[in-house]
Design a protein around this ligand. Structure first.
Ligand SMILES: [Zn+2]
Ligand SMILES: [Zn+2]
Length: 266
């Protein structure tokens, strides 16, 4: 039987991203890219109250990762954790009413029973990061987990490859299908160039090729996320991965389908 990944993706696409990680001691969100009301609803759907959440880790300032701040900053139980550049790039009149902890990109730190590593990702934001969250492994009843969260990156750098190499669960973006992006009529040429650039987003092909070339034996779960609703589809992803990845790797892959808002087998 395939076990469940130790992370709950509440929602993920180019219009919003938010996930919940729960350990014995901590409940934290990664990104807050929906309205505060919607995040509270998504949590309540899985019987978690916003008052139980300890912290929100922010990867970068883009609205699809931070728009929940506006509705959630009043909750005094939340610590907002980001680097300084991301903090400074969030425009909100009551920003300082929330509690913030800042890290230096590249540093490791702990939060309750979580060990967090932070690293730069190539994306057009002030100082965008990927995270790994690791915990457990001290006894039989708490297995070791290491979740890597890498969304919003124009290409796989050697730093990113190295930082996610020990992950047991990898959440990575499969943002667009090359043909669907080219055919899209909503986006002007300049926006398409931004998405395609080395500081834009990863295509289905780029992720499939990475997973074909480099998947560590530690990896139990691969979750494809940040799927564009306009320039991608689960069918396009299935087609590319069927061609490019081996069955042994493919069997570990799930996708967060933004159309049905559910995790599906590839
Ligand atoms: Zn972004
Ligand atoms: Zn994004």
């Amino acid at each position: 039987m395939i076990s469940e990944p130790p992370i709950t993706i509440l929602g993920s696409s180019s219009s919003g991203n938010c996930a919940l990680v729960q350990t014995a001691e901590a409940k934290v969100l990664i990104d807050a890219g929906f309205s505060g009301k919607r995040i509270c609803q998504m949590l309540s759907d899985i019987s978690v109250r916003i008052e139980e959440i300890d912290a929100v880790f922010l990867t970068h300032e883009h609205a699809d990762h931070t728009q929940g701040f506006r509705g959630l900053y009043r909750y005094q139980n939340l610590t907002w954790i980001s680097n300084k550049e991301t903090f400074e790039s969030i425009a909100h009149p009551n920003k300082n009413k929330a509690r913030w902890n800042h890290f230096e990109t590249g540093n490791r730190f702990s939060f309750k029973d979580l060990e967090i590593d932070t690293f730069s990702i190539p994306h057009d934001a002030a100082d965008p990061v990927g995270f790994t969250f690791s915990w457990g492994g001290n006894d039989l009843f708490s297995p070791h987990h290491n979740i890597a969260w890498v969304l919003d990156l124009g290409h796989m750098t050697s730093l990113v490859r190295d930082k996610i190499s020990k992950a047991t669960t990898l959440v990575i973006e499969a943002n667009y299908d090359q043909r669907l992006l080219e055919e899209d009529t909503k986006r002007p040429w300049s926006v398409k160039q931004r998405i395609l650039s080395r500081h834009g987003h990863l295509s289905n092909t780029a992720v499939a090729e990475y997973l074909h070339s480099e998947v560590s034996p530690h990896l139990d779960h691969i979750l494809l996320a940040h799927i564009s609703k306009d320039c991608n589809s689960p069918e396009a992803i299935r087609r590319v991965f069927a061609q490019k990845t081996q069955l042994a790797v493919r069997s570990k892959i799930r996708l967060f389908n933004p159309f049905s808002e559910a995790i599906e087998i590839l």
